[in-house]
Ligand binder design. Structure first.
Ligand SMILES: [Zn+2]
Length: 302
């Protein structure tokens, strides 16, 4: 038993064949034609579905997507203008009508959490949070052994907590949001401000690990903002694990230790006792594995 899994992001659409054991047996990536709008992106997804169906025997399509997703009806409740016209699109319905296979859709960070619970860093953990650091900050709540998605599929928007009232303006229109200070984009901006030219974060981390003073100062400031936000979330949900996802998680043990050391100083003793930090194990494949998991779970529920 296997499904086609597709991850729709603002810059890339990833796809794979995932079997019932969570193994990826085939995968690929194409660039998202985000500037052409939501319908064009769904058309790209449809082409991928047809290609997968012509090469593999699959029982359905599981989709992981950016934006707030109604995971029951497979519809985009809300998305930013990264993909214009994406808000409101009934993705599952559009695709199902064209290919006549079951289609499920779930938010991408929720898929990361499901993927890590099934096959990664959160195996066997019933209370954990997933925080993805990218252009913004995404969040997912996994509580009492299942995803918590809120009253209308929008829980876990950690990126829009206010960190500095009256601070930098955010894409959401508000000021001082967490993601304006602690996302990987904001780290890139801090580097740009300090150096006057952009530096790839991989090179930045090499210099930071070599104890370059200017880099360390930038890193410490960013880290302090990151863990101040995490402190709030930890005190509300009392998780035993926080999984850090996004490209920056490739920094591995160095970043994990830095986050853990900084955060432990900020949380109350009883939270501290249970809490661990891990980097996402499946990196950019977690969403695909998690999308498949969402599909199999939905099917099991009937
Ligand atoms: Zn915001």
């Amino acid at each position: 038993m296997q499904v086609g899994a597709i991850d729709i992001g603002g810059t890339a659409i990833k796809y794979a064949i995932v079997n019932i054991n969570g193994d990826i047996v085939y995968d690929g990536t194409i660039a998202t034609k985000a500037n052409l709008g939501g319908l064009a992106v769904v058309e790209q997804v449809l082409m991928i579905c047809k290609e997968l169906m012509s090469c593999f025997e699959i029982e359905g399509i599981s989709i992981s997507s950016a934006g707030q997703i109604d995971n029951v009806n497979g519809r985009v409740c809300y998305a930013t203008d990264n993909i214009p016209g994406y808000t409101g699109l009934p993705i599952a319905e559009i695709i199902h009508n064209k290919i006549d296979l079951p289609v499920t859709v779930e938010n991408d960070v929720n898929c990361t959490a499901l993927g890590e619970y099934w096959k990664g860093a959160a195996r066997g953990v019933d209370d954990f949070l997933c925080v993805t650091l990218g252009t913004g900050i995404g969040g997912s709540l996994f509580l009492n052994g299942e995803l918590y998605t809120g009253a209308n599929f929008s829980a876990g928007e950690f990126g829009h907590m206010t960190l500095y009232p009256g601070g930098l303006q955010c894409t959401c229109g508000s000021y001082g949001c967490y993601e304006k200070y602690a996302s990987s984009s904001s780290l890139e901006n801090l580097v740009l401000d300090a150096y006057g030219y952009p530096i790839d974060l991989r090179d930045f981390f090499i210099m930071t690990k070599q104890r370059d003073l200017r880099c360390l100062k930038i890193f410490d400031r960013w880290l302090d903002d990151l863990t101040t936000g995490l402190k709030t979330i930890v005190h509300i949900f009392n998780p035993s694990l926080i999984i850090i996802g996004g490209g920056i998680s490739a920094q591995g043990e160095y970043l994990r230790q830095a986050i853990k050391t900084s955060l432990m100083k900020k949380v109350l003793p009883n939270h501290q006792r249970i809490l661990d930090i891990k980097m996402a194990e499946n990196n950019n494949k977690a969403n695909l594995i998690g999308a498949a998991k969402h599909y199999f779970m939905t099917k099991q529920k009937g």
